[in-house]
Design a protein around this ligand. Sequence first.
Ligand SMILES: NC(=O)c1ccc[n+]([C@@H]2O[C@H](COP(=O)([O-])OP(=O)(O)OC[C@H]3O[C@@H](n4cnc5c(N)ncnc54)[C@H](OP(=O)(O)O)[C@@H]3O)[C@@H](O)[C@H]2O)c1
Length: 362
Amino acid sequence: MTDRGITVFGATGYTGRLVVKELVARGARPLLAGRNPQKLASLAREHGGLATFVADVAQQESLAAMAEKSRVIVNCVGPFVDLGQPVVEAAVGAGAHYLDTTGEQPFIRAVQGLDTKAREARVAVVPAHAFEIALADCGAAILARGYSDIASLDVIYATRFHASQGTKRTVLRMLGAEGFGYEEGRLVSQPPARYRRSVELPEGWGAMEALSFPSAEILTIPRHVRTRAVRVYLALPGMAARGIAWSMPLVRVLAKTPLVRVAERALGTDTSGPEPGVRAQDRFLILLEIRGVRRGQALREALAISGRDPYGITAAVAAQGALRMLADDYDRRGVLAPAQAFEPEAVLSDAKAFDVAWKKLA
Ligand SMILES: NC(=O)c1ccc[n+]([C@@H]2O[C@H](COP(=O)([O-])OP(=O)(O)OC[C@H]3O[C@@H](n4cnc5c(N)ncnc54)[C@H](OP(=O)(O)O)[C@@H]3O)[C@@H](O)[C@H]2O)c1
């Protein structure tokens, strides 16, 4: 067991390469795993000669062999809804901890069904330990402390963002998928743009319109915060929000036709993404709002998390999470939300190189 270390699966992808870089910068020597031996060898050389392992999701035995070599698997192979489940099963089967960069609701829902298996295997399985989900999940844990009765928790994302090809493929894949909301203490089927609200955002973002979407905090936050509702919104300028709300039903119909395959082919298979200088300028604000009772008093409070470079943040929190899981005293088990797997403030601090800061608003 002792010579089993961290494996980055999908190491040659856009996010995988960033995770490898972050791990190496922290002194780790991860095993680079992926389906393309030439790309793996070239990446290994860039980092002064790391070990490589060829594994493909289509070949379960290659995943099992990869997992046998791993104490922690960081999975960056998406779309996870198509490619993720066999990797989780291989990790649990071999007694390896698992962490990934997904933000996809249907995949996380399926993985949460493996909780008992993960506990029996004495491993932690942490989907969505990335910019989207981990920061808001940890912010929700911080904001909800001390509340005894929570009526609702809203998460509002405002972001100026350049997406990788992999993210575009995943978003396209998710457009036609069934989405869930969390209302009255249970999951309910809920399409994108089901709710719309106006919001005044701090830190210069100003007045915007926000549209709800089936983001995965809807699945993670209720695992550790006793709230009756979770709604996640994307804040947009008014015209854009109205246009999207109007066209969404048609987009959802089109997303279930062969047109999606045409769009997927147009995106190709390349693993490029925003250049470092571009992604470093991509800023975001996540506003969390809570309504509930604390020490007998009905309250509304808010927490703002801000920063820049969502891909840089994803790589930093995934790398640091994997290093914590590798430690001998890491003892959390089962399928966990980011805020259950690690201390929430520690996760947010892992991204401080990307100016991530959080504060309660008056
Ligand atoms: N939640 C967040 O905030 C967040 C942040 C970043 C990324 N993500 C998600 O993470 C995923 C990866 O994004 P990305 O931009 O890194 O995508 P990408 O550049 O396309 O990388 C995907 C990786 O998957 C590998 N792959 C594809 N099919 C495979 C198979 N059958 N077997 C083994 N490996 C396979 C590719 O291998 P090759 O290199 O050989 O092509 C590539 O390394 C996406 O789903 C994205 O949405 C989420």
